[in-house]
Design a protein. Structure first.
Length: 210
């Protein structure tokens, strides 16, 4: 399963500053980012190969090794070409897997915070915040380890509906469902609090002055 951190965080999600020794509801001393005891973070565990990827890699290596043996018996030139191609494929696999592993270690995550859903994925240098008031729907994907967040975005011509696909921080579909459930619960709670505040405000403004 992916790593879901609850409660006290060890490092700030914004700047990476150490939060050790600070209260569970506080602000980062470095950048001012606010977190609380309900903040949850989902990250994928950095790893080289899954079992499926390992099996596929072994099948490819065996296939080209057999091709190399056959080609070398037919023609030394064909055998050398196959050998170079096998080495090239192997190097490409190592480079791709290292890039993925390094990216996971750099901190791709999806976090449920008091402000909204904070995400860093792909080649993002800084996390992106989707505020609760902008969110319209949170739905786990039926296919793959992905969660869709429908929200409003402000562009030059006004607000438009947008969709963010959270990919790369969940190991299983269960992790996606758990994230969606917690996000919906926090989202609904904040909407209820805003509704209560609006009711109190309307009562205050509508009450006759003494």
């Amino acid at each position: 399963m992916s790593s879901a951190t609850t409660g006290h965080l060890s490092h700030c999600l914004e700047c990476g500053y150490s939060l050790e020794g600070l209260p569970t509801h506080h602000r980062c001393p470095e950048c001012g980012w606010e977190y609380d005891q309900y903040t949850r973070v989902w990250r994928r565990r950095g790893r080289w190969l899954t079992v499926r990827e390992l099996c596929v890699s072994l099948i490819v290596v065996i296939h080209f090794a057999a091709g190399f043996a056959f080609g070398f018996t037919v023609s030394p030139l064909a055998g050398m070409i196959i050998q170079v191609f096998v080495v090239f494929v192997f190097v490409c696999v190592i480079i791709v897997r290292w890039r993925c592993y390094s990216k996971q270690r750099q901190g791709d995550f999806a976090a449920i915070t008091s402000e909204g859903i904070r995400v860093r994925q792909y080649e993002m240098l800084e996390p992106v915040l989707i505020r609760w008031k902008e969110i319209e729907e949170i739905e786990p994907s039926k296919f793959g380890r992905m969660c869709r967040v429908m929200h409003r975005s402000t562009l030059f011509d006004g607000e438009v509906s947008d969709e963010s696909e959270l990919v790369g921080m969940f190991d299983t579909k269960e992790d996606v469902r758990t994230f969606a459930e917690h996000a919906k619960a926090r989202w609904s709670l904040l909407h209820e609090e805003e509704a209560d505040q609006d009711i109190k405000h309307s009562r205050t403004t509508s009450s006759p002055s003494s």
